[in-house]
Design a protein around this ligand. Structure first.
Ligand code: IMP
Ligand code: MG
Length: 426
């Protein structure tokens, strides 16, 4: 199923492309799965044997009992989320012993990061980002200010407590003086860490070295992107982005492996477009069709429960994501949601100030007028589709049009959310 030893699975839109299901699918054939950026802002849904798990902090492949899951140095960790998620897996009967590896360099998200994230958004007058309020921005800020605390610091608990108490003091001052909210006590948090310290220590390792050695041995590793290309801190629709780099090129730097160890990159995109949170969205549908996609596609944020904004498939975005990430192959998800509409469109480039533009330009995103192509709508019962040739003519036309306009080959089409419902082209 996977020819190369290392495969990166990257979101080509604004996240929520259905990467969780795809990562989980490929992990059956892999030895390891690596999260390389972000934190519990991610929400990767995996459905198997009538069970459903939403991974926020852990790699999505862990329901496969043979697989090792890695959280690399580019990630940030909320220890409470991590612990709960591991408990959840255990409760599902999934053994995680010696299967989870966390890089000692990962920075930690503390209760004050979440509070600052919340309050900052609440008090903003102009540009609200609509963050997940998981403390992502404030934690990465501390990392880059070089005042962050890393999971590896747990090794010396007295030093860790000392550092953290200092940080609580500083952040409480900010919360009281700027945000006018009561301070947060460090006591209960420190108790939680103390009680679980041995367990967390048992997970810590040098993921950079572990993954390097696995790849050297010829093991197969999946690199699991979180969020999507247009949420990348550099190449997304800034400032409506997340605080980490989500693109394929940043994997080596965030995991700590040579760049030429990433052999293949795949782009994942929905058969339409969604975005959760604020920011530009050229093909957004604020009409009945948008509502239909939102409801039928159950487009609610897996982390925050917020309604996702929905719109037509946008080839300009895929061209951009293709160039930035270097993928040639696409996996299209949730094709079944488009079934039954009486209108079907794809955006192929834009008009900007009277000129035609092929590729999405984040900087101009608010002013890009999509050029639409009308396609024949389809109404197929996808339960009966077992191979690519079973798709109705109109569905094939939709898929072929995407291939032609994006210059990407469609590798597979995913239907619904069950693990086995994925149709490969070859
Ligand atoms: P943050 O990552 O919580 O700071 O949120 C920044 C922006 O990224 C907001 O628009 C969020 O809705 C969006 N975002 C963050 N994580 C995800 C995700 O996993 N899927 C979709 N959108 C996300
Ligand atoms: Mg998600």
């Amino acid at each position: 199923m996977i020819k190369s030893n290392s495969l990166a699975i990257i979101g080509a839109q604004w996240g929520d492309e259905g990467k969780g299901k795809i990562v989980d699918f490929f992990c059956k054939y892999a030895d390891g799965c690596v999260r390389f950026q972000g934190g519990p802002n991610a929400g990767h849904t995996v459905v198997f044997d009538d069970k459903r798990v939403i991974f926020h902090q852990l790699p999505s492949g862990l329901t496969h009992s043979h697989l090792k899951g890695y959280i690399a140095s580019g990630c940030i960790i909320d220890l409470e989320v991590l612990k709960n998620e591991i408990e959840e897996l255990k409760n599902l009967g999934i053994d995680i012993k010696n299967r989870i590896f966390v890089d000692y360099r990962c920075h930690l998200i503390f209760p004050f990061h979440k509070e600052i994230d919340k309050k900052r958004e609440e008090l903003k007058k102009g540009v609200k980002i609509g963050t997940t309020q998981k403390g992502i921005g404030p934690c990465y800020e501390d990392k880059y200010q070089r005042i962050g605390i890393r999971i590896g610091d747990l090794k010396d608990f007295s030093l860790f407590s000392e550092k953290l108490k200092q940080e609580f003091l500083r952040k409480n001052y900010l919360l009281m003086e700027i945000y006018e909210v009561p301070p947060i006590s460090e006591k209960s948090y420190l108790n939680f860490v103390k009680e679980n310290r041995e367990f967390f220590l048992s997970l810590i390792t040098d993921v950079s070295k572990e993954v390097y050695e696995e790849l050297k041995k010829g093991k197969k590793i999946i690199f699991e992107g979180a969020q999507g290309t247009l949420l990348d801190i550099n190449f997304g629709t800034y400032p409506y982005v997340t605080s980490s780099s989500t693109i394929a090129g940043s994997i080596s730097g965030q995991v700590g492996i040579p760049f030429n160890f990433i052999e293949e990159v795949i782009g994942v995109c929905k058969a339409y477009t969604t975005r959760v949170g604020e920011g530009p969205f050229p093909t957004e549908l604020t009409n009945e069709i948008g509502k239909y996609l939102q409801e039928k596609g159950k487009e609610f944020g897996a982390t925050t429960g917020r309604k996702r904004r929905c719109g037509w498939f946008d080839c300009g975005i895929i061209r951009y994501a293709k160039r930035i990430n270097g993928f040639e192959k696409l996996i299209i998800t949730k094709i079944d949601i488009l079934s039954g509409l009486n209108e079907l469109k794809i955006a192929n480039g834009y008009i900007y100030e009277g000129n035609e533009i092929d590729e999405f330009i984040p900087e101009l995103a608010y002013h890009l007028e999509p050029k639409y192509l009308e396609l024949k709508p389809f109404n197929q019962d996808f339960n009966k589709v077992k191979s690519y040739k079973d798709f109705d003519e109109e569905v094939l036309e939709f898929l072929n049009t995407i291939e032609r306009l994006t210059g990407c080959e469609i590798w597979a089409v995913s239907i619904g959310e069950k693990r086995e419902d994925i149709i490969f082209k070859y």
